[in-house]
Design a protein around this ligand. Structure first.
Ligand code: CA
Length: 231
């Protein structure tokens, strides 16, 4: 029988150790990431069946990690929270996490919750996963928009992938040039604008009424956060 992989995202080694031990004892295969960036990278490369996500991480907040994770994955997430205000935010579940556990917690109780959530996910297995407007396939360097594969140039792909990874985050033209283009000169600002223009035209063919790439006057571009899940 295959042991379900569980990704623990927690910067305190003591807690991570305790959790790994409890999960292993109960038949799971735990993996540990100490930072948000490491967790996102791991989940891209070797997706776990469930993620246990601490809210207080040294690099990104757990909420930010969750948001970025949701840009490419529907994996169930259990938050670990340490403070009442964090709990409020998770419980408000504007976030749509699957569960939360407040510190200090009983490892046995947490493992029991993990088991319940995975069972629920398995039962719902045939149900369609929540729809997302964009799906990035990094292996093929392809992006689908509402299921339609987009024909993108190398730079269009890089631009759109960058925006899709962090909906709502405003990227300046400089930052986009740095991230997407190999060479950088100040006079290339218009290059970004030109590629955004062609990208918009391609997106418009799929969804004429929507404006997925928003211009923030004087500051840059961001992916819209209010796109519908399906057309
Ligand atoms: Ca922490």
């Amino acid at each position: 029988m295959i042991k379900p992989a569980i990704l623990i995202v927690e910067d305190e080694p003591g807690i991570a150790d305790t959790l790994q031990y409890a999960l292993r004892t109960d038949g799971f295969e735990p993996h540990w990431a100490a930072t948000g960036e490491a967790a996102l990278q791991r989940q891209r490369e070797a997706p776990a069946a469930l993620v246990i996500l601490d809210v207080g991480l040294p690099d990104l907040s757990g909420f930010e990690v969750f948001k970025r994770l949701r840009a490419f994955s529907d994996v169930p997430v259990v938050f670990l929270t340490a403070r009442a205000d964090e709990i409020d935010r998770v419980v408000g579940l504007e976030l749509g996490a699957d569960d939360y556990v407040a510190k200090p917690f009983s490892p046995r109780e947490l493992v029991a919750r993990v088991r319940t959530i995975l069972r629920r996910a398995a039962r719902a297995g045939a149900a369609p996963v929540p729809a997302r407007p964009f799906q990035v396939d990094e292996g093929r360097r392809q992006i689908r928009f509402y299921g339609q594969p987009l024909e993108l140039s190398r730079y269009e792909y890089g631009l759109l992938k960058t925006l899709v990874e962090r909906p709502g985050h405003v990227y300046s033209r400089d930052v986009l040039l740095d991230k997407v283009w190999d060479t950088h000169s100040d006079s290339l600002d218009r290059t970004v604008d030109a590629h955004v223009k062609t990208l918009r035209a391609k997106l418009k063919v799929v969804a004429p009424g929507l404006e997925p790439i928003r211009t923030h006057r004087g500051s840059g571009y961001a992916l819209a956060e209010d796109l519908p899940g399906t057309l």
